[in-house]
Design a binder for this molecule. Structure first.
Ligand code: ADP
Ligand code: MG
Ligand code: ZN
Length: 722
């Protein structure tokens, strides 16, 4: 039987190995022993009952509380070629009838059903005539009043279970408290004592907490590093959601709001757009997220402090379900704490105590100097058995110890002095980093001797340093306006009488960017992503149901060029290959030809790590030819590459080597001088990492190829100055 389970894992699901506990759980279910399964969100609970369901002769009933979840699961199973259906109130009479017929004719392995449908007389009659092998209760914490989402109708599931004494019962949840566990066992009268509790450590989530200085600006800076990637931004209030939404929209981002103040239709529409990758970002109150199975959420930002550790954990848990890395940033401010304290003080004595305890745990987590996984996991009663996780900001401080930053401190302080102590942190850092922001130029701060001298750290690292300067009393910050003022101590530093030490943090986004560049071919990933989107739209499915981000990133790393190689990719079983795999295969082969790339032929079956693609550097050739005088148009004709490909080559070349005489590029631009100036100014303002904000700022009137061209010019000129 276990061989069978293994076979299904490979051929149907296309996964390489079981995750911890999955195999054991499947074995237990297959031997018809009741089981309680507790795993964090994204841990892989579904597989535990889906594989037995495909092996059993009879039907597996899955009780699930949310219609959207049910629909999602059934869609995914159907894409894998598994016989799954659902019954709930959202179906038309015709669809309902069709599903009933499938059941009667023994064509169903998995039946997803909402509790209220399950208890209908006609459903019970229908089921009584069938062979039921397993009853799975998904989101089983809904049984307990102590859980965060109590549903009274869940307590009646036991009555159904009694009707099918031969069926094994499986309860599945992500809520771990012992109280809830006991409730589930008691209510469902689970036999035996088979509890499976997985670790709550989500290794692929990068945890970061940054002091909130200028939330909007920090958010935009963060978003720039994740172009085209899906993410959720959580805010405390509807008002905050609306205002941040407007700010991001105006900055050219593809974004929608979500909160209880919107109409049902609006909420539904915005959620749907997000799930289908039609928009990039959702700004939401905590009302958003339940019932979302989207696997490719790449970041979660907490713009405000979360309610408590448990909701924080749930919210960040919505990212990285596909197992790829996701970035979770919490913007932390003490004035937020004041607000929360104010609310707490309005509460009754008993509630006040609980709320205070929640807040203390949250502060504990935010203020810790050690690995963040210690306080986080210990909240859930789990001990983290490593010194460091390597995936949180504290573990990634370049040096645990303090380093001498006297010279950087002098630079910073003298910049504050020269601007007359009336500006805030961000402005000072902008001067040090030589920003061309309007505010800097207007005030003539690009003429200061401290302009552009802060090359040793990234902007983010400077911001982190400046907070330490404040903490150390080298600066005081005006409470109302945020402006920085010097202190007695700072003059000592400027005179060289005092040394300063501080922590330097690694810039995680920079690291990720570098790692991605080295681990898979981004351009191919983009091509595959677009293909996925267009197939998904035609079939009216969310893109991640076709293939997960993980599948696409493996394809653009290993470059499979035949069916056998393709089947080794994560998430690719036989059926998926027949349905879509071959379409993607063709894209990969074309791309490899166009760029003269070779597939990696080594056995990557057992290696979990993405291998590095060695390009036969066609961009190198393009770059060299351009430098020796060939124009872009000539290159296009000569190589038969598309113009966009040539520009991509030139871009890659420039990033790596720089480009002499970038002015030559301007000869090939079709824009007027005035228009060009406008675009270049926008690079200064919005950054040059992604073009879509610029494209949108220009009301989509300037062609992408033009933007690509000017970006190369912009970067090359900048590199020459540095
Ligand atoms: P949850 O525990 O939240 O219900 P899911 O069952 O939806 O989690 O699984 C989350 C993701 O984990 C899915 O997208 C699936 O692709 C992936 N997954 C589950 N099991 C495995 C496995 N053995 N190998 C690789 N990926 C897996
Ligand atoms: Mg689930
Ligand atoms: Zn850590």
């Amino acid at each position: 039987m276990l061989d069978k389970a293994n076979g299904i894992l490979h051929t149907v699901f296309g996964y390489k190995t079981f995750r911890p506990l999955q195999e054991e759980i499947i074995k237990t279910i297959l031997s018809k022993k009741d089981s309680l399964v507790i795993m964090p969100t994204g841990g892989g609970k579904s597989l535990c009952y889906q594989i037995p369901a495909l092996i059993f002769n009879g039907i597996t009933i899955v009780v699930s509380p949310l219609i959207s979840l049910m629909k999602d699961q059934v869609e995914q199973l159907k894409e894998l070629g598994a016989d799954a259906i659902f019954l709930n109130s959202s179906l038309s009479q015709e669809e309902y009838g069709k599903n009933v017929e499938l059941l009667i004719n023994n064509n169903v392995k998995l039946l997803y059903v909402a509790p209220e449908t399950l208890f209908l007389e006609k459903t019970i009659q229908l089921l009584s005539s069938l062979k039921i092998d397993c009853i799975t209760v998904d989101e089983a914490h809904c049984i307990s009043e102590w859980g965060h989402d109590f549903r009274p109708e869940y307590r009646k599931i036991i009555e159904i279970r009694k009707l099918f004494p031969d069926a094994v019962c499986v309860a599945v949840t992500a809520t771990a408290t012992p109280r809830v566990q006991k409730d589930i066992r008691d209510s469902l009268e689970l036999r035996g004592n088979n509890n499976f509790i997985a670790s709550f450590n989500r290794e692929n989530l990068y945890l970061e907490i940054a002091p909130k200085v200028n939330g909007v600006e920090q958010t935009i800076r963060f978003l720039r590093k994740y172009p085209n990637q899906s993410g959720i931004i959580y805010c405390f209030s509807r008002k905050q959601v609306d205002s941040l939404y407007v700010d991001l929209y105006n900055a050219g981002y593809s974004v929608r709001p979500y909160h209880a103040g919107l109409s049902d239709e609006e909420r539904k529409e915005n959620q749907e757009l997000f799930i289908k990758d039609d928009i990039q970002i959702i700004v939401a109150t905590i009302a958003f997220g339940m019932g979302i199975n989207k696997s490719n959420v790449r970041f979660v930002i907490h713009f405000d402090l979360p309610k408590n550790i448990e909701s924080y954990y749930q919210e960040i848990g919505r990212s990285g379900r596909d197992g790829l890395r996701a970035h979770c940033l919490l913007l932390f401010s003490y004035s937020d704490i004041q607000k929360i304290r104010y609310f707490i003080n309005q509460k009754e004595e008993h509630e006040k105590k609980i709320a205070e305890r929640h807040l203390r745990a949250l502060l504990n987590y935010a203020e810790t100097g050690i690995c963040r996984r210690f306080p986080l996991l210990s909240y859930f009663g789990e001990k983290f058995n490593h010194q460091k996780c390597g995936m949180c900001d504290n573990c990634n401080s370049i040096d645990k110890d303090l380093v001498d930053v006297t010279i950087p401190a002098q630079k910073f302080l003298s910049c504050v002095k020269r601007t007359n102590e009336i500006f805030g942190t961000v402005h000072i850092v902008d001067i040090l980093k030589g920003s061309k922001a309007e505010k800097i130029i207007e005030k003539g701060h690009d003429k200061l001797s401290t302009y552009g001298i802060g090359t040793e750290y990234s902007k983010k690292q400077w911001l982190f340093l400046s907070h330490q300067f404040i903490q150390q009393g080298l600066l005081v910050q005006d409470n109302e306006f945020g402006s920085l003022k010097l202190t007695e101590k700072s003059y000592q530093v400027l005179k060289g009488n005092l040394t300063v030490t501080a922590k330097i943090k690694e810039d995680f986004e920079e690291r990720i960017k570098k790692e991605i560049k080295e681990s898979y071919d981004e351009a191919l990933f983009e091509i595959l992503r677009k293909k996925r989107k267009s197939i998904a739209d035609k079939l009216r499915l969310p893109p991640y149901v076709i293939f997960s981000d993980k599948s696409l990133s493996e394809m653009s790393s290993y470059l499979p060029v035949n069916k056998k190689e393709m089947l080794r990719i994560h998430g690719l079983g036989e059926i998926k290959f027949e349905k879509y795999g071959h379409i993607f295969l063709k894209e990969i082969i074309d791309y490899c030809k166009e760029n003269k790339l070779k597939s990696i032929n080594e056995d990557y079956n057992h290696s979990p790590k993405i291998k590095i693609v060695k390009k036969t550097k066609s961009y190198q050739t393009t770059g060299e030819k351009f430098i020796s005088g060939t124009t872009i148009d000539e290159l296009t004709q000569e190589t038969k590459y598309k113009k966009s490909t040539i520009l991509k080559h030139l871009y890659d070349y420039t990033i790596e080597n720089g480009l002499p005489n970038p002015e030559r590029l301007l000869n090939e631009s079709h824009l007027s001088e005035n228009e060009r100036y406008k675009v270049l100014r926008l690079f200064d303002e919005l950054g040059a990492e992604t073009l879509s904000p610029i494209f949108n700022s220009l009301k989509q009137k300037v062609d992408y190829n033009e933007l690509h061209l000017l970006r190369i010019f912009y970067i090359a000129s900048k590199m020459r100055r540095e």
